[in-house]
Design a protein around this ligand. Structure first.
Ligand code: ATP
Ligand code: MG
Length: 421
């Protein structure tokens, strides 16, 4: 096929340097796929007949020593950008489902392409040779179809991560899955449970943030069960509602994980989150997913106090997504009002945390409140009432309240008197 891919300067340079030294060299994999799709590739990988030592000799002073050398991958740093240059190779099987048993260097680019997962990822290109596409990748790309290179049952049993990669390419590119490939994935997916979670996390996150993630979660639910066994107990209705909510939600991972936490146990989901903070936020969002967010300024401050601004904004998005999924327009209207009040509260510097109170610990001590826990208790009580709206956040008023607290000290129920409310 006649194709012309615009290679970045450094990639052209790598290919021609290697070719001048008698090696063959190609841009390969995702960058070829994305270029043919008219999308900017996120990185450019090169494969070559040169052995690792020969690659290093071809780019003196430009190679980073990286853990990939053992597998034939050398990172070449050009114009501050790292490029992975890998010797043509075949992978051994992943008999422990975690690490390849070993790699073997091979002579031809077609042999290297044969180890790759899907036909659309198994194309190579160089200006000198044009497109190398032994498995019909360009045809599958045009048909928007994911198809394994070779026998899908064998390919998935060699490395079950390919099943998850399949879901992520389907979710990010909106491709369908060829029938034999899909059947093999279903047959082999139990092995996903044995993969290391580090290998799964990246692919799962890319799947979940994909534009077509709802379609994949709807159509391929069974493939995720080995990773998320608690999803098997979720009713069809609840799962589909979560899928619709994800379709209505922004692509942000924290919110999408939060929605999934409604139908999958947070303990199963947490290891797949990109970091501990996302896992924590997702669990919090799921916990408060059904709590009413009443559009009152005091409720807005109370929720800000509980969750902070960022998490509260995500909770609004999550609840709005569920409301859309359920067709609950009254709830959607209330959430719009709540969001507007939140915007105003943040803009006007409303007080919802201790640091924003017009008085501080030094003021409490000056008012004669004994040092230690009681200062904290007094400020907490003041903050409660400022949040409720029964006290304004004004320094003069709050100083008076501190003095009153001091005056009441020693009595059993030492509370801030309410007469100023
Ligand atoms: P992205 O654009 O997200 O980086 P990519 O296709 O480049 O997508 P990578 O994970 O960067 O994906 O892998 C680079 C290439 O290596 C793939 O295109 C594919 O050819 C091959 N590959 C990666 N992982 C596997 C695997 N588990 N089994 C077979 N081939 C793989
Ligand atoms: Mg890549």
């Amino acid at each position: 096929m006649e194709v012309d891919i615009m290679l970045p300067g450094p990639v052209r340079g790598i290919l021609s340097t290697l070719q001048q030294q008698g090696h063959s060299a190609f841009a390969v994999g995702g960058c070829v796929r994305d270029s043919l799709l008219g999308r900017p590739p996120c990185d450019w990988d090169v494969c070559t007949s040169a052995r690792p030592g020969e690659i290093q000799a071809a780019f003196p002073g430009k190679c980073l020593s990286a853990p990939g050398v053992r597998h034939g991958t050398i990172t070449v740093l050009l114009e501050h950008t790292p490029y992975e240059v890998t010797t043509f190779r075949t992978d051994g099987a992943y008999s422990d489902h975690r690490h390849p048993d070993g790699v073997r260097f091979v002579r031809s680019v077609s042999e290297d392409l044969a180890r790759r997962d899907f036909t659309v990822n198994a194309m190579a290109y160089s200006p000198a040779s044009g497109l190398i596409d032994p498995f019909g990748g360009a045809r599958d790309l045009a048909a928007k179809r994911l198809r394994c290179v070779g026998d899908p049952v064998r390919r998935f049993s060699e490395d079950a991560l390919r099943i998850l990669r399949m879901t992520r390419f389907a979710a990010s590119m909106g491709f369908s899955i060829e029938q034999r490939t899909e059947a093999a994935a279903l047959q082999q997916c139990e092995v996903l449970a044995q993969l290391s979670v580090e290998r799964c996390r990246d692919e799962f996150c890319k799947m979940l943030s994909g534009r077509w993630a709802p379609r994949v979660l709807h159509g391929q639910r069974a493939l995720f069960l080995p990773l998320l066994p608690s999803a098997a107990k979720t009713s069809e209705r609840a799962w589909e509602e979560a899928v619709s909510a994800i379709a209505a939600a922004p692509g942000e991972l924290g919110i999408r994980f939060g929605i999934l936490c409604r139908v999958v146990s947070p303990a199963h989901l947490a290891p797949l989150c990109p970091d501990a903070k996302t896992a924590q936020t997702a669990a919090l969002l799921a916990e408060y997913a059904e709590d009413p967010l009443r559009a009152l300024p005091s409720m807005v401050r109370r929720w800000l106090h509980r969750l902070g601004a960022e998490t509260l904004q995500r909770l609004i998005c999550l609840q709005a997504a569920f409301a859309a999924a359920r067709g609950d327009s009254a709830k959607q209207v209330e959430l719009v009002e709540f969001a507007e009040l939140l915007r105003r509260a943040l803009e006007s510097g409303a007080c919802w945390q201790r640091a924003q109170l017009a008085v501080n610990g030094a003021d409490a001590l000056e008012a004669g409140i004994p040092e230690g826990e009681e200062v904290g208790a007094a400020l907490k009580a003041l903050l409660e009432r400022v949040i409720d709206g029964t006290l304004p956040n004004e320094r003069g008023v709050l100083l008076e309240q501190l003095a009153a607290w001091r005056a009441n000290a020693g009595c059993e129920q030492c509370t801030i008197p309410a007469e100023k409310a």
